[in-house]
Design a binder for this molecule. Structure first.
Ligand code: SF4
Length: 388
């Protein structure tokens, strides 16, 4: 088959309990269902393996680290048998409450080389407020376990603008996170998604959103991460090492940037397996059922568990790719965009680029178009202009 797909996302749909802000598809883990899911995921891997040669794998959730050793070993041995191991970057999301030395060793033994740890805050009351199952002590302990197991590429996920979070608390969390010397940092502002407890509390007037403070916290994040030796390469992502992984002459992207996410933002193909996972392969976007029982039923019948698939028109896809890429500090080099989409950003989106440039939200030169520091704050609105 021409051009086998080189990026793979695996979704683990289980969490110990639901966090107050979370709208991702996940449910409480029950032993029997997790075993069924594990077998179904292996079945789904078998169905796509011939079209896959992963260079990046990202296992997210949910809480992938909630699977026990036996379940993990089942998945990893199947991947070994299917010749799906050996990726340059193989990331697994871990909750600090579910990391153990045995699991860390198993991960290392099968080539998992990057851990993304959902820390969110290092303030105990805020962890409670968010409904996280871990304490701050577990964060430090798990980080230590991972380092001892040999992980040299760890991401810390942090949240800001959490209700009742003050600037002093945010500052203290950032300082402690910097002291941990992780290789990567992702940090998102709390968003209020429908059907989450935090959204309901906001609707009920239990707290209000302080936009000004959220902006100041974002500025503080960029400033503290930069002085801490990180390079911002996307709105919410920072990595160490400024060695460029792009061809000479292109804007530098830190060598420890998440390669799997770079593929999304640059419009690349990927398989997405597991309940609710989306994939994009050869112009077709697919989405699996967001129901673990149904997902297992389908796979047990020997069918993929795809709820919907959609072939995007080339122009619509190019618009999406433009929008994704603008999230990156590097923006879109015109030549790269044309190579990926066959469309010329300068022709198709000239008016939109001018609009953003006039507002001071973007810069256009002979070779590329990128958002300014201020423009990145409003990247979602900017991105919407490019959709067709
Ligand atoms: S652990 Fe992650 S996926 Fe699970 S409920 Fe919390 S935020 Fe959502």
């Amino acid at each position: 088959m021409p051009d086998t797909v080189t990026n793979l996302y695996l979704h683990v749909p289980f969490c110990a309990q639901k966090c107050a802000y979370c709208a991702f598809y996940s449910e409480a883990a029950s032993g029997e269902l997790v075993n069924r899911y594990t077998a179904a995921l292996v079945r789904e891997l078998e169905m796509v393996a011939a079209d896959l040669k992963p260079k990046t794998i990202f296992c997210g959730g949910g809480t992938p680290s909630l699977l026990n050793l036996r379940q993990w070993e089942t998945i990893l041995r199947a991947m070994e048998r299917l010749e799906l191991l050996g990726a340059t970057e193989f990331s697994v999301e871990c909750n600090p409450a579910t990391v153990s030395a045995d699991k860390a060793k198993l991960f290392r033994d099968f080539g998992i080389n990057r851990i993304s740890m959902g820390v969110q805050s290092l303030d105990e009351p805020l962890l409670d407020r968010l409904g996280r199952i871990h304490s701050r002590a577990m964060v430090f302990k798990s980080f230590d376990i991972l380092r001892r197991a040999g992980f040299e590429n760890i991401n810390l996920d942090l949240m800001f603008a959490i209700p009742t979070q003050t600037m002093d608390i945010w500052h203290a969390t950032l300082n402690e996170a910097m002291a941990m010397q992780s290789e990567h940092l992702s940090s998102y502002e709390v968003i209020y998604e429908d059907d989450t407890p935090l959204f309901d509390q906001l609707q009920a007037g239990e707290f209000s959103v302080n936009e000004e403070l959220a902006c100041e916290m974002y500025e503080e994040l960029i400033s503290r991460a930069t002085t801490g030796g990180f390079h911002q390469y996307e709105i919410a992502n920072f990595a160490r090492d400024s060695k460029s992984i792009n061809p000479a002459g292109q804007p530098a992207i830190p060598a420890l940037a998440c390669k799997h996410n770079l593929n999304y933002w640059r419009g690349g193909s990927y398989y997405g397996l597991g309940p609710s996972a989306t994939g994009y392969v050869r112009g077709v976007r697919t989405k699996n059922w967001s129901n673990t029982q149904l997902y297992c039923d389908q796979l047990e019948k020997g069918k993929r568990a795809i709820e919907s698939s959609e072939e995007l028109s080339p122009l619509r896809r190019a618009g999406e790719i433009a929008a994704f890429g603008l999230r990156m500090n590097a923006g879109w080099p015109f030549a790269d965009f044309q190579r990926v989409t066959s469309f010329d950003l300068r022709k198709e989106w000239a008016a939109e680029m001018e609009q953003l440039t006039e507002r001071g939200h973007a810069i256009r030169n002979d070779v590329k178009f990128h958002l300014t520091h201020q423009g990145l704050r409003f990247a979602d609105a900017a991105a919407a202009l490019f959709l067709r």
